[in-house]
Design a protein around this ligand. Sequence first.
Ligand code: MN
Length: 152
Amino acid sequence: MAKILIVEDNALNIKLFCDLLAAHGHEPEAVTDSRNALDAARSFSPDLVITDIQLPHVSGLDLIRMIRGDDQLADVPIMAVTAYSAQGDEERIRGAGAQAYVSKPISVARFAQTVDELLQPPVEESEIEEPLLNEAEESPGPTESGGEQAES
Ligand code: MN
C-alpha cells in the first residue's frame, strides 16, 4: 500500500484515479486546486505524486519543478497525466522532473502498470546478477598419439 497524492482539476478524473488506486490497495488523496498542492504534499508525505499537466493557477509543469526543488519532496516519484500530447511535451515533462508520463484518456492497464513501476524501489547495482560467462571449456586437446616408437 502506498500513499498517492493526486493533483487534478477534473472531478471525474479524480474519481477514476482514486477508485483505481484504492482498488489496487493504495491510499489516494486528491487536491483540486494546484495552489494547495505543495502544502498538501508536504503534509501528506506521499510515496508518489500523480499530477495533471493542464491545471488552472499553478500548471503541472510548474508544480513538478516546485516539488523537485523542495527539500522534503525532491525524491518523490512523479507521474504526469496530460490530455494534449504535442510534440516535445514528453521531453518538457521529463525535463521538469517527472519520471513517467501517461496520456488521457488513460488506459487503465497502463496507468496501473506505471504506478507499480514508480513505486518499486530502484534496484541496487550490487543486486543485479551478472550472467556468468561460460568459461572456455577445457577440452582435452588433441591427444598426442602416434609417433610411438618402439624401442629396439
Ligand atoms: Mn486539467
